[in-house]
Design a protein around this ligand. Structure first.
Ligand code: T5A
Ligand code: NA
Length: 212
């Protein structure tokens, strides 16, 4: 049996990732599983949630970085099993967010390469859809969590660009990472775009079968 595809929706805060991952999973039917990072329902996820929502819950930058990575590792095996059963796994954020947000803090010693190390060995996505939006800070809810301020989001944007330009092989980038501009598009319009790119990918591409 063919394995399912590992599909990732990435982007800055409030660009519509959760909205679009949910719609994509529904449109793929029974054969798709939604995985959201951070997964806040586990014990590790509970600590991450406290860190994000409570400004008084303090952790060193290195420690919260490792917790985000550990949260991916605790779900990695079950994701692998689903893929091998032929299920598509659609992720709401993954390693790119993990590296970009931590590296954007400019903490001494925490450059892109340092930030990438704990995720080494996780499955590499088959397809990444990177959502961009030039006015996402206007969307409902922006500003409620720790990283949601415009200056920091600008730094994160720079780190995402650096990851795609320096850490990814140009051949992988051109075939497996698609950038979708959602500015002034309705939820439904973005969904149609996401669906089109995904079905095109599912029909026409071999599995990546590589690790981070
Ligand atoms: N993080 C995450 C790390 O630092 N390291 C890591 O390893 C990981 C995995 C929380 C934070 O954690 C950081 C990054 C984040 O700062 P999260 O739980 O994914 O990560 O954050 P959330 O708050 O759940 O999600 P976002 O803020 O990123 O929002 P989404 O999912 O991009 O946006 P969504 O879909 O919830 O939509 C936001 C609002 O906009 C509307 C929606 O209805 C909603 O109200 N909307 C639109 N409105 C108009 N037009 C459209 N096309 C719209 N699409 C959505
Ligand atoms: Na979200």
């Amino acid at each position: 049996m063919a394995r399912g595809k590992l599909i990732l929706i990435e982007g800055l805060d409030r660009t519509g990732k959760s909205t679009q991952t949910e719609k994509l999973v529904k449109s793929l039917g029974d054969n798709a599983l939604l995985v959201k990072f951070p997964e806040r329902s586990t014990q590790i996820g509970g600590l991450i949630d406290q860190y994000l929502t409570n400004p008084e819950f303090l952790l060193p930058d290195q420690a919260i970085h490792l917790l985000f990575s550990a949260n991916r590792w605790e779900i990695a095996e079950s994701m692998k099993r689903s893929l091998l059963k032929g299920q598509h796994v659609v992720m709401d954020r993954y390693v790119y967010s993990g590296v970009a947000y931590s590296a954007a803090k400019d903490t001494k010693g925490m450059d892109l390469n340092w930030c990438l190390q704990p995720d080494k060995g996780l499955l590499k996505p088959d397809l990444t859809l990177f959502l961009t939006n030039s006015d996402s800070e206007l969307r409902q809810g922006f500003g409620e969590e720790r990283y949601e301020c415009t200056d920091f989001q600008d730094k994160v944007r720079g780190q995402f660009a650096a990851i795609f330009d320096t850490l990814e092989d140009p051949d992988y980038k051109s075939k497996h990472i698609k950038f979708l501009d959602t500015t002034h598009k309705t939820i439904e319009e973005v969904h149609q775009l996401v669906r089109a790119v995904t079905s095109d990918y599912i029909q026409g591409h071999a599995d990546v079968n590589e690790f981070i």
